[in-house]
Design a protein around this ligand. Sequence first.
Ligand code: DAH
Length: 340
Amino acid sequence: MLDRIDQLRAEIDSLKAVSFEEVELLRLKYLSKKGLVSVLFDDFKSVPAEMKREVGQRLNDLKTKAQERLEELKSGFSSVETELSAKPDLTRPSGNNQPGSRHPLSIVRNQIIDIFGRIGFTVADGPEIEDDWHNFSALNFTADHPARDMQDTFFIATNPDILLRTHTSSVQIRTMETTKPPLRMIFPGRVFRNEAISARAHCIFHQVEGLYIDKHVSFADLKQTLMYFAKEMFGENTKIRLRPSYFPFTEPSGEMDVSCLICGGVGCNICKHTGWVEILGCGMVDPNALENCGIDSQTYTGFAFGMGIERITMLKYQIKDLRLFFENDVRFLNQFTGAF
Ligand code: DAH
């Protein structure tokens, strides 16, 4: 009898199960009325009186052990019934919940919205799937402009009039078509270009467009607005520089650089040893773009600008590879916990 108890005990110690159902089968095998452990209790009657004490104790131990072992196995699984019937224990400490964090691009987008909000710019949105008119034609792009090329823009094969917007400038047109000046707005959003993905380029990225239309708006207003933005975004000591450039929808057009945040303008890898980093395109809205939206270009003038959120975020947080923004790696994203 003692041998049999030892044997069962060793067996029970090494029990394994891969599912809740399997644990239940083991329970039947050992502990049900006709189970291997229960049967030993039936045999107990025939144990000689002088051994009853020891055998009895060992038998009880075996039964307890079997019950414990099966409970232990069971706790690794759950059945629909146990899940439904389990009452939550509200006194238990909670699990190790990791606080989430905003994506760095969202943090910077919110900062941009906030900075322009303080000088009266409101926010609007437009569709990511655009038509040729809003993305190109109304913005004064010529029919043969290279941006219209299949190499640069995602078109829909069955309808070349439909494309994924290549910039947020399309929202300028949508807004001017439907809203009478004065206008003072920014348009954040996703844009798409047919680019191979690398550390410096991606087929999806984010822009914020700005538009200010009123009577007597001048280039000085544009410059002052952008200088205010640069100082709020990058710090009071930031300098700006405007270089002449070309965009079909602005005249004159410029590109704005800020003094390099990393080296303070002395020259480093990030600014390619020039001391300056380009952050946006801008200009006075071309009269053709105004007229295309039914705004009288004799009465109204305005300025516009467009910036890439990735570029600004990379500068602000010294992020060297654009791909990090799209990989969802929590080791990267965790670093922004606490920032809004
Ligand atoms: N849409 C331009 C781009 O994606 C950026 C831009 C330049 C926007 C000048 C503007 C602007 O509003 O005035 O490259």
